[in-house]
Design a protein around this ligand. Structure first.
Ligand code: FES
Length: 142
């Protein structure tokens, strides 16, 4: 299924069954032209972030390690890049190990046993969805 960027009231898009995503794991799905990593925590909380590692530029984040980190005394869910091991806060895509790199994030919800991605990306990360395949992303080195 293809979403046309900029289209008005685009609905939520079913991307896979919840059962297709391992607990404390992730899968990559295609939403329009955007490669999105859907993450499922042990308690079935879902997150959706860019599949593209913003530092390396490779589409690998679904192979990252899902875990958690303590930030200001609060435990936050994370995904660690399999490339260079940056750790990202799954809630907003911010890199916790340094500043600069941000994963784009999407709204995601569970609907009748299916995972659905919202029509717009919500994070500050410069990734793919709204811009389509011509999007150029500046890799951040730290
Ligand atoms: S390690 Fe996160 S931006 Fe460099």
């Amino acid at each position: 299924m293809k979403i046309t960027p900029g289209e008005g009231a685009v609905d939520w898009i079913r991307v896979c069954a919840l059962d297709a995503v391992p607990r404390d794991g992730a899968v990559a799905v295609l939403v329009g032209d955007a490669q999105v990593t859907v993450v499922r925590l042990a308690d079935d909380t879902l997150y959706a972030v860019s599949h593209r590692d913003p530092v390396s530029g490779a589409n690998v984040m679904a192979r990252g390690i899902v875990g958690s980190a303590t930030v200001d005394g609060v435990e936050v869910p994370t995904i660690t890049s399999p490339m260079f091991k940056q750790v990202y806060d799954l809630r907003d895509g911010r890199c916790l190990t340094d500043r600069g790199a941000v994963l784009a994030t999407w709204e995601v919800r569970l609907h009748g046993g299916d995972v659905e991605i919202g029509p717009t990306r919500v994070g500050a990360g410069s990734a793919t969805a709204a811009d389509g395949p011509t999007d150029t992303e500046v890799a951040t080195t730290s």
